[in-house]
Design a protein around this ligand. Sequence first.
Ligand SMILES: Nc1ncnc2c1ncn2[C@@H]1O[C@H](COP(=O)(O)OP(=O)(O)OP(=O)(O)O)[C@@H](O)[C@H]1O
Length: 609
Amino acid sequence: MASNWKVFRQKLGNSWSQLPYLGRSLTLVWQAAKKWTIVWASLLIIQGLLPVATVYLTRQLVNSLVAALDVGVSRENVIPILILVALMGGVLLLTQVLGSFLNWVRVVQSELVKDYISALIHKKSMEVDFAFYESAEYFDRLHRARQDAFFRPTALLENSGSLVQNGITLMAMAAVLTQFGVWIPAALLISTLPAFAVILNYSKQNYNWWMKATADERRSWYYYWLLTEKDSAAELRIFELGDYFQSAYQSVRRKLRSEKVKLAKNESLANLGAGAIALLITAIALTWMLWQVLLKRLTLGDLALFYQAFNQGQTLMRNLLQNLGQVYSNMLFLGNLFEFLDLSPQVIDPPTPKLAPTNLNQEIKFENLSFWYPGSNKAALENFNLTIPSGKIVAIVGANGAGKSTLLKLLCRLYDPQQGRITWDGIDFRDLSIQNLRRLITVLFQKPVDYNASVAENIALGDLLAIAKLPEISNAAEAAGAAEIIDRLPENYHTLLGKLFTGGVELSGGEWQRIALARAFLRQAPLIILDEPTSAMDSWAEADWLERFCQLANGRTAIIITHRFTIARRADIIHVMSDGEIVESGCHDELLALGCRYARSWKTQMQVN
Ligand SMILES: Nc1ncnc2c1ncn2[C@@H]1O[C@H](COP(=O)(O)OP(=O)(O)OP(=O)(O)O)[C@@H](O)[C@H]1O
């Protein structure tokens, strides 16, 4: 018995360990919609008192009717009855009006909260480390945080409000019932306790299931995405993968559905048992009241009042406990949102950042740098040293997995190395503010984003200050070899790109790449990093682009990561990477003369071409 009590207390303790989230959720709702929350709370209190007024008016009405029937109908008897009827009508009308008003207030409030939470999630998504985007755990967290986050805070507020409202009504009802015996409110309480136990237990079980099911849920979303998105549409058709992914989706859904249905079945059965107990207690209380009326200890008005009050009391009590259960359940779920919002990045600004340079005067240096990806036990770079002199075009070549993109990520401070450092004219990258450092760099990524926006906006996103400056935008387009493509578009720089929105025009892969290149060029940064800049260009376009680039880069420092030796040969210095190390360095002719890895690969590429 003692150990059972201990287990119960422990369970209760665990259950309410989420309680701090209640205050945080309510604060969140308050911050999102202050005025509306005040209106909402006032309406709830008024609504809480209206049922008690109805119960009292019913008693008065029944007693007045009985009295009128006893002494015969007269003008004096009928007027108070009519007044009571009018009052009851007024209360009912008010209940309706307040109900409708409250619904409207709820919609406004929940829309405001939704947008507020979206803003918080978006802000945090931009704050967290890039590393989060390369981990399944992050996506599980994000999925859990955003899935229900939009409605749960308002639901929590709603539940808490209903809890207060039902509590007010219930206390008033309990006071009414106490006049027939103290045991009656106690019976009311006991009759609903089993239902409460069921609610608490199944809230926790549902939550545990939901946590466990996150990975499968995400997998089903992924299959759904594959089956409905443009990116995968062509490949799925050519390889006839539709049925394959549909059945994969259905199999995951079948598993999730059967677990959920089983849980719901058990919950319904438990609820049935709890309902039967409540019914039995009601029957006992009602029989006792009828007996009292037969013994003429109570009036028919009393019986009507009792019946209403007990019935309503029981519903209220059930609602109240249900509210408690929902508060608990919403808190459990909101824990995920707050856990996500509490994530803190590791790549952060120094307490007192050094003054950012405006140019690269000497060099960027990787000094004895070692880096391994989180969760990986193999170093991507180990004791790595590299110097990028200012004003030069430096090519990094190497086989797949050699570590080239890792260099790029470290240069952009998407990651920090575990050992060693990278310096900009002798200043450690970590001593600069992240924003200032990133403003010194412009990047063309291997897979740039195709923004479904106008051409001008697509380019201007490289430097938002240039959003309304068409001459600068067209200069960048010219430099990237995109001007001719844009001239052919129906509305030139104002043409909407992409097929996501009506009227959009689709570009080829190489054309998109040039738009992205223009975006990178627009940013007047001293360091240009290009990751496979010509991968989607034909060889004529590549030669043309290369010419422009060499002119344009004049004076600026450029790092080109490439597999194409036709690009690499134009660089001032070529570094060959293998397995996280620089294995050869020099200009094209020097590396050919060396006759090693670069020379062999060059010959192979030239033969193929
Ligand atoms: N997010 C990651 N988590 C763990 N390991 C990673 C991650 N990204 C890359 N790696 C590993 O780090 C090593 C270097 O990868 P990197 O992407 O830098 O190669 P790369 O030279 O750019 O290759 P490619 O030419 O194919 O683009 C590889 O062994 C790769 O498996």
